[in-house]
Every structure is written in structure tokens, then in C-alpha cells.
Design a protein around this ligand. Structure first.
Ligand code: DX5
Ligand code: ZN
Length: 219
């Protein structure tokens, strides 16, 4: 018999009904979301635009859940104060962005938030290694960032395993194409947090969808 692993589930608001974000965030909280994943896109770092600190601040009073802000912007350092003020608990940004990595991680901590680095699929694990002591979270993208509803890239599993081995104390988050099958593969490699947009928001019953993602796997 294996050990039961309890993962955290972070529904991505990118997949919710944007005409009713307030009730969607309450619905997902009641359904058992551990974190709320908020994808911020600037139309420059990725070819899409989503929402910014104004929307995040407006949602803050709707749920006590941790706000996990994933910055897909060219200059994340510029947005740290606004995101912290809007109510972010965790701010992750891309190691491929233009902002200086160490300075940005420190700025996030100084703003009172947890900090994490994100890797695009083409970026090797090695790219974040030096900064792992400064990270509470590492987010491994399992699709190209920019859009929800894409297919999971199995080739990322090795990266998850490698980073978890280097830094077992860092929470390993995965994002893109997560469903109960691909999520289980990630958990097996050491993932602690599963981000899921389409799988949860488009499910007939969000509570059941979250429960299925949390299914125990043999460790
Ligand atoms: C993609 C975003 C993801 C996205 C995941 O750039 O970072 O958080 O919303 O969506 P699904 O779960 O539909 O792949
Ligand atoms: Zn994301």
C-alpha cells in the first residue's frame, strides 16, 4: 500500500464565466478550492490579455482562500506592489521575464507575500536552481502559457521530479492541461499543487471535479 498524498487544488479563474466572477469564486470556494489561481497576462509576454490588480482586488472579499497570482507579464517587478495591495498571498513570475530574478523575489517577500518562479515548457529545470532557496513555490508550466484548454505536455514530468529532488521543501505547482489522469502523473513525480481551469469550471459539478483531482495515488 502506498502513502496517501494530499495535494492542493488551485482552480484557474481564467476558465470561469467572466460575466459573474464574484459568484464563480464563491462557487469554487464552496466546492473545496485550496488556492485561487489568478492568471495575469499583459499581451506582451504572452499573446493574450486577461485581468489585472483591479479585478483581483474586487474579488478579494469574496473568499478567504489563498490568492495565487501567476504573472505572465514582461516586467513582473513593476507589478509587485499593486498585486500585494490587491490581496495576493503568493506571487509567481516567469524566470524568462525581463525583471531581475533575485530582486523580484526579494520585492515580493518585502511586500509580505510568498514568492515563486515559473518555467515555460522550453525552459530547463537548471534555470531556477540557483534561486530555489528564495522560493516558497516553483510553478512548472505543462502547456505554453497564454491560454486555457490546451493539452498536457508529458515531457514536463521529468522537470517536476528534478526540481522536487533538488528542493523538497519548495511547493511544486503544475499548470496546464490538468485533469485526474495528468494530475496523478504529476503527483507521482512530486507535485504539491495542481492548477486546473477547464477541468473544474466546465465540469457539471465542481466539487466532484476537485475531489477527483485529489484522488489518492500510490506514492
Ligand atoms: C495558461 C494558464 C493556466 C490555464 C490553465 O497560461 O497559466 O493557468 O488557465 O488552464 P487549463 O487547466 O484549462 O489548461
Ligand atoms: Zn496559470
Amino acid at each position: 500500500m502506498g502513502v496517501i498524498v494530499m495535494v492542493k487544488i488551485a482552480p484557474s479563474m481564467l476558465a470561469c464565466d467572466f460575466t459573474k466572477m464574484g459568484s464563480e469564486i464563491r462557487r469554487i470556494t464552496q466546492a473545496g478550492a485550496d488556492w485561487i489561481h489568478l492568471d495575469v497576462m499583459d499581451g506582451h509576454f504572452v499573446p493574450n490579455i486577461s485581468f489585472g490588480p483591479g479585478i483581483i482586488a474586487a474579488l478579494r472579499n469574496e473568499t478567504p482562500a489563498c490568492f495565487d497570482v501567476h504573472l505572465m507579464v514582461s516586467r513582473p517587478l513593476d507589478f509587485v506592489p499593486a498585486m500585494a495591495k490587491a490581496g495576493a498571498n503568493l506571487i509567481t513570475f516567469h524566470v524568462e521575464s525581463e525583471s531581475p530574478v533575485e530582486e523580484t523575489l526579494r520585492a515580493i517577500h518585502e511586500a509580505g507575500c510568498d514568492a515563486g518562479l515559473v518555467l515555460k515548457p522550453g525552459t530547463p529545470a537548471q534555470a531556477v536552481r540557483d534561486w530555489l532557496p528564495l522560493c516558497e513555490v516553483v510553478l512548472v508550466m505543462t502547456v505554453e502559457p497564454g491560454f486555457g484548454g490546451q493539452a498536457f505536455m508529458e515531457g514536463m514530468l521529468e522537470k517536476i521530479e528534478k526540481i522536487k529532488q533538488w528542493a523538497p521543501q519548495v511547493l511544486l505547482e503544475v499548470d496546464g492541461g490538468i485533469n485526474p489522469q495528468t494530475g496523478a502523473m504529476c503527483i507521482e513525480k512530486g507535485a504539491d499543487v495542481l492548477v486546473a481551469g477547464t477541468n473544474i469550471f466546465r465540469a457539471p459539478d465542481a466539487k466532484e471535479a476537485i475531489k477527483a483531482l485529489k484522488q489518492p495515488v500510490k506514492a
